[in-house]
Design a protein around this ligand. Structure first.
Ligand SMILES: C[S@@+](CC[C@H](N)C(=O)[O-])C[C@H]1O[C@@H](n2cnc3c(N)ncnc32)[C@H](O)[C@@H]1O
Length: 374
């Protein structure tokens, strides 16, 4: 099977490396997508283990089409019956970019008709009730008239690990938090500090990585209800993942936030994820003794000023944080914000600056290696 891991722009290389680490054959990476080969075990493992990917798609076909007749014929020629049973659900979602067939609702409708016709012929029935609990979400993407047709095996996006039970003001996506940890210099023998922890996503993702816990171990996937997926392969992959967990007694992860409600949510989320050894404390970062932080890695997502605070207040936070940070000893900092002026406000240029997307917001991961105290 050809599989596609979709991800936020900027995370392709991380996803590429994660797939390789699973021992799978990677074909290529593209904007927001990594193409790889594998059987059903690969599909299950990719869903369970990829920390930075959004979805795992099964590629069904690829073709050029500039008329609705061409689209209908090409989709109708694909072997949908290999996947979709006579009672299964198969909603269609279309995305069209720079293509002659630009109307997404019209593309969706033609694709649906073409699949229905194929299945009616194959199952020799007029009636496809779509009333089973097996869902085969068809995703059709066209770019410059080239169509890629896939079925989504993940269901809910993979950033939904299952531990975040309550919403809060502006949480970072779990996939992006995991990416920040992977792009940092943190290793579990070092202290990790998040002074703006919010709902605790960065700390929890770091804990999952440190304990080698598969991010998808506590959630369901669309493929769970697919008849062609052997249940034994799924339970074997889950058992194998559980056996490979390496529970750490001590987890040097320290989280602070000024907001007591955010902190409560963070503790709730950490407990849901199975961690009672992450340290949470309510504090304004201005009141922390930064001189005590030595050889630590700071990974954090402060307010941006777009959704939470006004710009002037956020600028002051960045300036104050920069001053406080000069008191640390031999610490590194990996900070994400959409504010392009952050290095100036913080008081020094970043060693590295990487463009990443937090949902639709263009952000930068500013990396500072080993800032020495003045
Ligand atoms: C963008 S949110 C962090 C979201 C977090 N990464 C998550 O996953 O939920 C920024 C956080 O900074 C906190 N904050 C704002 N000013 C602060 C200050 N002076 N000291 C500590 N925390 C502060 C806010 O309460 C908010 O929770």
């Amino acid at each position: 099977m050809e599989l596609i891991a979709t991800c936020a722009f900027g995370l392709e290389k991380l996803v590429y490396d994660e797939i390789k680490k699973l021992g799978l054959w990677v074909i290529k990476k593209d904007d927001g997508r990594v193409f790889f080969e594998g059987d059903e075990t690969a599909l299950i493992k990719a869903n369970l283990w990829l920390r930075c990917a959004d979805r795992i798609l099964v590629k069904i076909g690829k073709f050029m089409a500039v008329t609705f007749d061409e689209l209908f014929d090409a989709v109708n020629a694909l072997e949908w019956e290999k996947y979709i049973g006579v009672t299964d659900c198969f909603p269609v979602k279309a995305v069209s970019v720079k293509s002659a067939l630009h109307s997404e609702p019209a593309v969706q409708s033609i694709v649906k008709k073409a699949v229905v016709k194929r299945l009616q012929q194959k199952y020799k029935t007029e009636i496809l009730p779509e009333n089973s609990n097996s869902v085969y979400q068809i995703i059709v993407k066209s770019h410059k008239d080239e169509f890629t047709v896939c079925i989504d095996s993940s269901g809910e996006s993979l950033h939904k690990r299952g531990y975040r039970k309550k919403g809060d003001i502006a949480p970072i996506k779990e996939t992006l938090a995991a990416a920040m940890v992977k792009l940092s210099d943190w290793t579990p023998d070092k202290t990790l500090v998040d002074p703006f922890c919010g709902s605790g996503t960065i700390a929890i993702e770091a804990a999952l990585i440190a304990n080698n816990i598969a991010p998808g171990i506590n959630r369901k996937f669309a493929f769970d209800n697919w008849k062609r997926i052997d249940k034994k392969i799924v339970t074997d992959a889950i058992d194998e993942a559980k056996e490979s967990e390496k529970p750490l007694e001590k987890l040097p992860v320290y989280c602070f936030d000024i907001d007591p409600i955010a902190l409560k949510i963070a503790q709730h989320n950490a407990a849901n994820a199975g961690f009672d050894n992450i340290h949470f404390k309510r504090s304004d970062f201005n009141d922390l003794d930064f001189g005590k932080f030595e050889n630590c890695t700071f990974i954090t997502n402060p307010p941006y000023g777009e959704r939470l605070e006004d710009a002037a207040k956020v600028n002051q936070i960045y300036k104050d944080f920069g001053k406080k940070f000069t008191q640390t000893k031999n610490c590194s900092l990996f900070l994400i914000t959409s504010n392009e002026d952050f290095p100036r406000l913080f008081g020094r240029p970043a060693d590295k600056n990487r463009k990443l997307f937090n949902g639709n917001i263009k952000c930068y991961l500013y990396s500072y290696y080993k800032i020495q105290s003045n």
